[in-house]
Each structure stands twice: as structure tokens, then as C-alpha cells.
Design a protein around this ligand. Structure first.
Ligand SMILES: C[S@@+](CC[C@H](N)C(=O)[O-])C[C@H]1O[C@@H](n2cnc3c(N)ncnc32)[C@H](O)[C@@H]1O
Length: 198
């Protein structure tokens, strides 16, 4: 096991932000990235992660690792780490390849799991949680992660415009819960909510 870790470290790409950005741009043009966030959301993740000096970020819904890559680029600067959860083994395998190519495998803990159960095992405090899995589950994830997010930390959720119906209860909750202050990223194409914990 130790030998495998050493081998992986030897063959992992050396990290440069320019290299990572170039790979994310290539992924953006790939037709298989259909479910992923858009670069405008990614640039926001990159910014907020640094603004909050985030050290611990949790992502629910890895897919092939595109959005994770944006968090990881910022976490390289803050000295933080990303935990990212995915239920589909093929997507998780591809995400692992993405992290190796980006040169961020050392700071990404990728878990093949049902996030609804895995989240319960993850201790706080978390600086950022990004919810991007099955839309009707968003309200459950919100309830599970809110106690783990530090004051001033944020819960981000994707597809608040194009999947508002299936997550209607979640959207009502984050706009009425006194525990958070919610705004929406205006430039996000598919919609991104930003709920800051008071
Ligand atoms: C929209 S995609 C994520 C896209 C990714 N965040 C990005 O922007 O690059 C949603 C992912 O959530 C995963 N997912 C759905 N329900 C899940 C669950 N209960 N546990 C873990 N992953 C789940 C799906 O398999 C899918 O890969």
C-alpha cells in the first residue's frame, strides 16, 4: 500500500495553476461534461475559497471532477483540502484521473459513497459545502451540513434556476431560515445559491 502511494506520488503531474486551468478549459469543451458547472460558477468558487481562507471544503456530487478542480486550485493557495463524494464508480474513477492530471490528488479526498450517509460521518467545522447531487435531496443535505459549517462559512447549491421545481422546499428554506443569509450569484447560468451561516 505504501509503495503504491509512493508510485502514485512519483507519477502525479507537478501542479501549476496554468496547467490546471488549461486542463479545466479542455474539460469544458468535452461533451461529457454536460452535468458540470459553468466556468462563471468555477471562478466564483475559486474566489470565495480564497476570500474565506478555506481549509476544509466538502463537495456533494463529484461527477468527473470539474467543479472540484476549481476548489482545488484555490485550496492549493490556502493550504486547504477538499472532500468530494460520488455514488457512481465510473464517474469517480474518471474524477481520480482528473485530479492526477490537474496535480491536485494530494489535497483531494475522493470518496465513493452514498453522500446521504457519508455526510453524517464527516466532522465539522467546514468552511464551504457545495451541494450538486440529486436535486430533491438538497433539503436533506442542507439539514445535515448546516450544524457542521462554521459561522461565516457558506453552503453553495447548484441548479437553482434550471432545477428550481425539484428543489422548491430547499429554496424556500434557505431564503427563510434565520440561521443563514442567502443570495444568488447573478451571472450563474444554471443558478447558484450562496447561504452564509450567521
Ligand atoms: C450534477 S453532477 C455533479 C457535477 C459536478 N459537481 C461538477 O460540476 O463538475 C451530480 C453528481 O451527483 C452524483 N450523486 C447523485 N446522488 C448522489 C448521492 N446520493 N451520493 C453521492 N453522489 C450522488 C451523481 O452520480 C452525479 O455524478
Amino acid at each position: 500500500m505504501t509503495a503504491l502511494v509512493v508510485l502514485l506520488a512519483l507519477f502525479a503531474a507537478p501542479y501549476t495553476e496554468a496547467g490546471a486551468r488549461a486542463h479545466l478549459e479542455a474539460m469544458r469543451k468535452d461533451s461529457r461534461r454536460g452535468m458540470s458547472i459553468d466556468p462563471v460558477d468555477g471562478e466564483y468558487f475559486y474566489r470565495i475559497t480564497q476570500e474565506l481562507k478555506a481549509k476544509r471544503v466538502l463537495e456533494i456530487g463529484t461527477s468527473i471532477g470539474y467543479s472540484s478542480g476549481w476548489f482545488a486550485m484555490a485550496l492549493k493557495k490556502t493550504g486547504g483540502r477538499l472532500i468530494t463524494l460520488e455514488i457512481d464508480p465510473d464517474r469517480q474513477a474518471e474524477a481520480k484521473r482528473t485530479f492526477e492530471t490537474l496535480g491536485v490528488s494530494d489535497i483531494v479526498d475522493t470518496r465513493l459513497c452514498n453522500a446521504l450517509f457519508e455526510v453524517m460521518k464527516i466532522d465539522g467545522p467546514l468552511d464551504i459545502v457545495f451541494i450538486d447531487a440529486w436535486k430533491p435531496d438538497y433539503l436533506k443535505y442542507y439539514g445535515l451540513v448546516l450544524p457542521k459549517v462554521r459561522s461565516g462559512g457558506v453552503i453553495l447549491a447548484h441548479n437553482t434556476k434550471n432545477a428550481a421545481g425539484p428543489m422548491a422546499e430547499f429554496l424556500a428554506k434557505i431564503q427563510n431560515d434565520p440561521a443563514v443569509k442567502t443570495v444568488f450569484l447573478p451571472e450563474s447560468i444554471q443558478g447558484l445559491s450562496i447561504s452564509t451561516k450567521r
